[in-house]
Design a protein around this ligand. Structure first.
Ligand code: C2O
Ligand code: CU
Ligand code: CU
Length: 485
């Protein structure tokens, strides 16, 4: 089925503009005055009042061409606008010019090719976070796609079903471009697994992207550089809307939670601590569902949960809270429960078997430090990022033990490209079961020691590993590994 690009856009994104509309938003007032979002919030709660808008459902990108083995897409990275504050438009930088960008729904075993056209006015690249991707398509920080040019990214989708995302990885620029709006979901699906497991799908499978932002009085995003803590905004957005509400039927929902904030961590609690069922983490399904009353999510982490809204009566308003922020970042979103039809989904007792790890071939230690001498920077093993330096050469088909020791006062969500790992221990203790399957990002809290076991199982070549507090990675908390045959 070959469709033109224009058609693809109109098909793929029909409905988007509807759900983004403010027509129903009668109670909100425009922002007035000259100061910041914090000021506007204090003086006129209107525009920042939570639960005023329906959660935007993210558009799904449509292929321009496809065969059984390959789906082809064309995406443009370019400036656009978003409607976030009533009566104002917010300039953004986005995939297809949209914030948040469109979701790719890829199929395991069927490759995806994305022609990324850079019309952003700056040099960018594209990194598929959590993708098992050949190095030339991984968006290495120094592999720029210059403004006005394009690049073909090939994703083989050899990996298991999982919730991934994509963002820019230009070195030293990621904090700004991520903040400007370049972030979106990329979901790998496995139809056979879907049929076997019968987890909620279709309308009941909802990707939710959580980010913090701050605003100027004219509606523009306000960014302040903070190398130490990373950016913290006073306003939470879910799928690009301020603490929205979502109508849910009394049935099971799969919520795919992504923290694509620059540096803010979250701890999510539903209602007064109702249970959610975690089914998946960064690398895909857990072996078994895990019942949890709170979900912590550091920058770049993903957790899929199933929420059983049958435990609530029709008319209930169930708030998802963040318990580790300030007062203004407490309300995340609200679920408004309505009558449901017959339930077809379920949460099976067993989800997926975890592959065994190959033998450990090396042990490495990576102290994490802040170096305030000269030009202040964050460092891994005493060094900032250097494109010319390879920090380690793991062997393909092996696993290794990596020890991160945090000698600083900040949390570092450490991330490996191209390869998943298992968490061996956190302060000598095994991780909680929700973090015990395949991960690509794990927080190392201040003065903690975390041991991971990366699995170098697929491609050889050069990849980076880094802290995913975007400001830390930019400045310059990143190393390089070269996986060798
Ligand atoms: Cu989200 Cu280097 O990655
Ligand atoms: Cu990544
Ligand atoms: Cu860090």
């Amino acid at each position: 089925m070959a469709v033109t690009r224009r058609k693809a856009l109109s098909q793929g994104f029909s409905g988007v503009f509807l759900v983004c509309s403010f027509a129903a938003d009668k109670r909100s007032r425009p922002v007035t005055g000259t100061a910041t979002s914090a000021w506007a919030r204090a003086s006129a709660a209107g525009p920042f009042e939570p639960f005023q808008r329906d959660v935007p459902l993210l558009p799904v990108a449509r292929p321009v061409e496809q065969t059984k083995s390959l789906q082809k897409y064309i995406s443009e990275m370019k400036p656009g606008t978003a409607s976030i504050l009533p009566g104002l438009t917010t300039p953004i930088l986005g995939y297809y010019g949209m914030y948040p960008g469109p979701t790719f729904r890829a199929t395991r075993g069927r490759a995806v090719e994305v022609r990324q056209i850079n019309r952003s006015g700056r040099d960018l690249n594209v990194h598929l976070h959590g993708g098992v991707t050949q190095p030339q398509f991984d968006g290495h920080p120094h592999d720029a796609v210059p403004d006005g040019t394009e690049r073909l990214y090939h994703y083989s989708n050899v990996q298991h079903s999982a919730t991934l995302w994509y963002h820019d990885h230009a070195h030293g620029e990621t904090a700004k471009t991520l903040f400007a709006g370049l972030a979106a979901f990329y979901i790998v699906e496995d139809p056979e697994e879907d049929d076997a497991l019968e987890l909620p799908r279709g309308d009941y499978d909802v990707p939710l992207m959580i980010q913090d932002r701050a605003f100027n009085a004219d509606g523009t995003f306000r960014y302040r550089v903070d190398i130490d803590r990373g950016f913290r905004g006073d306003t939470l957005l879910v799928n690009g809307a301020i603490a929205p509400r979502m109508k849910v039927e009394r049935r099971l929902y799969r919520l795919r939670l992504l923290n694509s904030s620059n540096a803010r961590p979250y701890e999510f609690v539903l209602g007064n601590g109702r249970e959610v069922i975690q089914i998946s983490s960064d690398g895909g399904l857990l072996p078994k569902p895990v019942r949890r009353t709170s979900i912590s999510l550091q920058p770049a982490e993903r957790v899929d949960v199933v929420v059983d809204f049958r435990q609530f009566g029709v008319g209930s308003e169930v708030i998802l809270h963040n318990t580790v922020g300030e007062a203004t970042t407490s309300a995340v979103m609200r679920f408004d429960v309505v009558k449901g039809g017959a339930e077809e989904a379920r949460v099976p007792k067993v989800l997926r078997e975890l592959e065994p790890l190959p033998p450990v071939n090396a042990q490495r230690s990576f102290p994490l430090t802040f170096n305030g001498l000269g030009r202040a920077q964050w460092q891994i093993a005493g060094a900032g990022f250097d494109d010319e330096r390879i920090d380690c050469r793991p062997r393909l088909g092996s696993s290794e033990l990596w020890t991160f020791t945090n000698n600083s006062e900040r949390t570092h969500p450490m991330h490996t490209h191209g390869h998943f790992f298992r968490v061996v221990s956190i302060e000598g203790k095994p991780p909680q079961p929700g973090d015990a399957a395949w991960k690509d990002t794990i927080p190392v809290l201040p003065h903690q020691t975390v041991v991971i076991r990366p699995n170098f199982d697929y491609y050889t070549g050069r990849y980076v590993f880094h802290c995913h507090a975007a400001e830390h990675g930019d400045m310059s908390m990143m190393g390089q590994m070269e996986v060798v045959a």
